[in-house]
Design a protein around this ligand. Structure first.
Ligand SMILES: Nc1ncnc2c1ncn2[C@@H]1O[C@H](COP(=O)(O)OP(=O)(O)OP(=O)(O)O)[C@@H](O)[C@H]1O
Ligand SMILES: [Mg+2]
Length: 313
């Protein structure tokens, strides 16, 4: 998939890095993301998997322009949007690229009723659409996410987390976005609501051709949903490829460890070594040392692995 030039894809990130600096005298550096590259394609779900602090949200926020990268580029429909500054350009970008976050409560203005929030989408992004068409489109989007129109008359605090997440998806549908960044979208939902939201995502993806970046801790969900999988560890993409390929033939020691720590799934993989999660740092260092100079390389078609670390700085 990385054979395509970023100029040709829907949304591509290339060597994206974000270093956070803190402290005034001794500036501490935290690697949020380092040298991350991948493509989002229309009608495809790509999962971004990794432990807490591995940099998943950082990547999502970089794409959503909530953070500015330290290095690297983001291309949307062939255009380099890394340094979008004007309000007009940003608005155009946000009319096509939207995010749904873990905490849906913070995504809505709690003082406004839901219908007002939806009307504002038209005011901001599609002022040319007339009132009655606005109403039709809002009702259609609400129906598509399996919610009932009475929710429009409520305030965000009167709704459940699952209903709010569905409303966020409805917002993306209304805008007819090309790219949806879904960060831990369903982690706060109960099991039955989860399946509903997941299947909704699959439908949207297939029917509308939306590209979805699905950020999760959950390997089983990734397998269920995605065509392509990205594994992140310490801000780096350590493995990238077709989901089946990665799940059936994980190569990076972190990916192997991840799969082996999932109860009920490990039987599917041969264990050639026993990993103790606490030792994973050491094992990864050794792996990099043993493959010096190999960098991020292809192990089979559409399956890449980070064999040795690119230097920071
Ligand atoms: N605004 C910030 N300032 C400083 N450091 C940050 C900031 N945001 C994130 N970080 C650091 O960057 C690293 C990656 O954080 P990030 O939130 O991307 O992880 P994550 O993979 O989304 O984790 P989780 O699964 O817990 O949500 C962490 O070490 C985090 O502490
Ligand atoms: Mg996160």
């Amino acid at each position: 998939m990385m054979n395509s030039k970023p100029q040709e894809g829907l949304l591509s990130v290339r060597n994206l890095s974000k270093i956070f600096y803190s402290g005034i005298i001794n500036r501490e550096k935290t690697v949020g993301a380092k040298n991350v590259s991948f493509d989002l394609e229309p009608g495809k779900i790509i999962s971004l998997i990794g432990e807490s602090g591995s940099g998943k949200t950082t990547v999502g926020k970089l794409i959503l322009k909530l953070l500015q990268p330290t290095e690297g580029e983001i291309y949307f429909r062939g255009q380099d949007i890394t340094n979008l500054t004007s309000k007009k350009e940003k608005k155009r970008y946000y009319s096509k690229v939207q995010g749904v976050f873990q905490d849906p409560f913070s995504s809505f203005n709690s003082l406004f009723r839901v219908d007002r929030i939806f009307n504002m989408i038209f005011r901001i992004f599609m002022p040319e659409v007339g009132k009655s068409e606005q109403e039709d489109r809002i009702l259609e989007a609400i129906r598509e996410v399996n919610l009932t129109p009475d929710l429009l008359e409520k305030y965000p605090h009167q709704l459940s987390g699952g209903q709010l997440q569905r409303l966020l998806i409805a917002r993306a549908l209304l805008l007819d976005v090309d790219v949806l960044i879904a960060d831990e979208l369903i982690s706060m939902l109960d099991a039955s609501t989860r399946m509903g939201v997941l299947n909704l995502l699959l439908d949207i993806c297939q029917e509308k051709g939306m590209a979805i970046l699905f950020i999760t801790h959950d390997l089983n969900l990734g397998y269920y949903l995605s065509d392509t999988t990205l594994i992140m560890y310490e801000g780096r993409l350590v493995e990238r490829g077709g989901t089946r390929k990665i799940y059936e033939n994980p190569v990076h020691p972190y990916t192997k460890m991840l799969f082996e720590s999932v109860p009920g799934v490990e039987e599917r993989w041969d264990r050639d070594e026993d990993f103790v999660p606490e030792e994973i740092d050491k094992i990864v260092r050794e792996f990099y040392d043993n493959h010096e100079g190999q960098g991020f390389s292809e192990v089979e078609e559409a399956h890449h692995v980070l064999f040795s670390e690119q230097k920071i700085d």
